[in-house]
Design a protein around this ligand. Structure first.
Ligand code: FAD
Length: 393
């Protein structure tokens, strides 16, 4: 036997490492079992955007509201700088349909407590003067932010390790033992780990791990391609994306989107990240000429100045997409089986709240596991804290 723990976490992406950090802080004995290297999956392939404005009202926005409040103190909590920067974000409407969608979305987000407002085209261009394409209106969220996704993942992993967790890389989970209706151990490529709890945090591979305990998860890989432009001085930092892809996302579309416009400046390096595609292409992580070409074409049509910059890098990663969004804690399967899956394009933004919630569920031995009640409590606590500090949304 390799070891005995209280909780074995399958997957060492940003989600598994966050769960490991918060669980280890409760005193649990934890092992993170990662098939490749820590943070090598989707957690290495994303834009690192921490956005409220892109979230659908309801569960996704509530999770984001709680998680966003955890980011400003995350570097101090982990003892590791996650390079959290608040630059704000805008989502622009480039057609009448998108403008109507944004109006309704922002009204619903505001009534859920998010500090997001509609602005007109002139205000949008004043905030980001590189915008020169068709803009009818925009949503503006001044608290939208970004962090360095590599550092967020490593920060959680290092802190978990300091708190006593075992981080096992190059170790694949191959089977899970269940007896008497409860998980008992995981069989890995390096031996057996006895455990009372298993957390499935296997990203796009969540369904593969679910099948090991006889359950089906509706998580599938959704490929995203990104392009990095050369570093330059003095470009606006505020993020801009188009409402087009968001509209499809919120309508639960299972169609591939060849490309959508998103401009994210990385102020620490000076580079610009352009996104992205949303494609169902199995586990293929290749970039495509069509995807990269379309990303660049849309970016230049919305912000023509970007056409003067060289593209330096491009890559693709696999979002763990589920039509129902994130699934956290106890959902289905044997006793002792918990999940932290289905984060789609929001896993970095939602990593802190995911880790803390799943850790609390397991620390309470599965009692008190209602996510909606947990979020309602957390939102009320945040509102009370903001009230005490005299903060308004
Ligand atoms: C192009 C792109 C842009 C994105 N932009 C953003 C953004 O701006 N903001 C945001 O919040 N999110 C963004 N995302 C989404 C974000 O990257 C993901 O939601 C997040 O990384 C998911 O983390 P995870 O830990 O669930 O998955 P992963 O990081 O994929 O980790 C899962 C891990 O499980 C391991 N694993 C799988 N099966 C096994 C097994 N049997 N045994 C052991 N290990 C196993 C894998 O090797 C992998 O390392 C983006 C994603 C992409 C692709």
């Amino acid at each position: 036997m390799l070891m005995a723990v209280d909780v074995a976490i399958v997957g060492g992406g940003v989600i598994g490492c966050s769960v490991a950090h918060y669980l280890s802080a409760t005193g649990a004995r934890v092992a993170v079992v990662e098939r490749t290297q820590i943070g090598r999956g989707a957690s290495a392939a994303n834009s690192g955007v921490i956005s409220l404005a892109t979230k659908k009202p309801g569960l996704a926005l509530d999770l984001a509201l709680v998680s966003q409040q955890m980011f400003p103190t995350l570097s101090a909590e982990l003892g590791y700088d996650v390079e959290y920067l608040v630059d704000g974000g805008m989502i622009i409407a480039q057609s009448e349909t998108q403008a109507r969608f944004l109006d309704e979305l922002v009204a619903a987000q505001r009534s859920d407590g998010a500090g997001i407002a509609m602005i007109d085209a002139a205000q949008a261009i004043a905030l980001n003067p590189l915008l020169a394409g068709r803009v009818l209106s925009a949503s503006h969220c001044p608290t939208d932010a970004q962090a360095n996704p590599f550092r967020v993942t490593q920060g959680f992993a290092r802190s978990a390790e300091k708190l006593g967790a075992a981080i096992l890389h190059d170790t694949a989970v191959e089977a899970i033992d269940v007896s008497g209706g409860r998980v008992r151990s995981v069989h890995t490529s390096r031996g057996e780990i006895r455990t009372r709890w298993i957390v499935n945090a296997a990203g796009a591979h969540a369904n593969e791990v679910g099948k090991m305990v006889g359950v089906e998860h509706d998580v599938v890989p959704r490929r995203g391609q990104l392009v990095i432009l050369e570093a330059t001085d003095d470009l606006p930092n505020i993020r801009v994306s188009s409402a087009g892809a968001l509209l499809a996302k919120h309508q639960g579309s299972t169609q591939s989107i060849n490309a959508a416009f998103a401009y994210t400046r990385k102020p620490l390096s000076g580079t610009v990240m352009l996104g992205g595609t949303n494609e169902f292409a199995g586990f293929d992580t290749a970039t495509t000429k069509t995807g990269i070409g379309e990303i660049c074409r849309l970016a230049v049509s919305a912000m023509p100045y970007l056409g003067q910059l060289h593209a330096l890098r491009s890559w693709a990663g696999l979002r763990p997409y589920s039509p129902q969004g994130p699934q956290l804690g106890l959902t289905q399967g044997p006793a002792g089986y918990a999940v932290a899956i289905g984060h789609g394009g929001d896993g970095v933004a939602l990593a802190p709240v995911t880790g803390r919630y799943v850790a609390e569920v397991i620390a309470a031995d599965g009692k008190d596991a209602d996510l909606k009640q947990y979020l309602a409590r957390e939102k009320a606590r945040l509102a009370a804290n903001a009230g005490q500090r005299g903060v308004t949304a």
